[in-house]
Design a protein around this ligand. Structure first.
Ligand SMILES: [Zn+2]
Length: 242
């Protein structure tokens, strides 16, 4: 069992660069607003074309520093084997119960990469089980009030968009901290992530730009949630004080 501290927001990714790509702007914004954020990579990304697990771990910690989060941990599931077995759900339940977040972020449930799909499914299961008293009863139950899904290589119409324009340089720097994945160099092979006009990097930035345009700002990150957002103060949406 890995040990983590209590935080406000728990962001979960299948691989060490997922959170930065899908929700790096929101994470940076939360940190700037004084919330504590923990990042959990389900795997060390050891199956990636470029970079060793050691290099990737170093890069992940570098990106965590750029974002200013409280902690970043790896759950240690095998890359390409994020299966929905009890052992994996329990390991994630233990992290959720220790960290006791108000919000959990995880990938959207449709994606070209099956690990992202499975990371979403595993998180949905663990988010639910974490609130069940009789599931691994050595830790107190906890169910986060919010579970928001961020987009990676596939997206749908977002339910809401967060203006991340003023944090966008931080998001870019956090992504580029993963040099073996997004950098260029003689030792780095060209992949879907780092090369070409249809590369993952260009998908992320053009999508953030498009979502930003929907709300009249430069960059926006889109999210969806199966739990309806409760608006306590409708005037806050109108930019006036309630
Ligand atoms: Zn990934």
């Amino acid at each position: 069992m890995i040990t983590v501290n209590k935080i406000d927001v728990l962001a979960i990714g299948a691989h060490p660069d997922d959170i930065e790509a899908g929700a790096g702007g929101l994470v940076a914004k939360f940190v700037q607003q004084g919330l504590s954020v923990g990042l959990l990579d389900l795997t060390a990304g050891e199956m990636s074309t470029n970079g060793t697990p050691e290099e990737r771990q170093k890069e992940a910690q570098g990106a965590a520093q750029v974002l200013g989060v409280t902690w970043r941990k790896c759950l240690g599931l095998p890359d390409r084997e994020i299966t929905l077995i009890k052992k994996n759900v329990k390991a994630l339940v233990e992290v959720i119960r220790q960290s006791r977040p108000r919000l959990i972020l995880c990938p959207y449930w449709e994606d070209r990469h099956p690990d992202h799909v499975n990371a979403a499914r595993l998180t949905i299961e663990a988010h639910f089980d974490a609130g069940l008293k009789k599931v691994c009863d050595h830790l107190l139950p906890h169910r986060a009030s919010h579970l928001w899904h961020y987009f990676l290589s596939r997206a749908t119409e977002p339910q809401f968009v967060v203006d991340v324009s003023h944090c966008y340089e931080i998001k870019r720097a956090a992504i580029m901290a993963h040099k073996t994945q997004f950098g260029q160099g003689r030792d780095i092979q060209k992949t879907f992530l780092n090369a070409g006009p249809g590369s993952f990097l260009s998908i992320i930035e053009s999508r953030d730009c498009y979502y930003g345009s929907l709300m009249g700002c430069q960059y926006g990150e889109g999210f969806i949630t199966a739990i309806p957002l409760a608006i306590q103060d409708p005037t806050s949406l109108l930019g006036v004080k309630g």
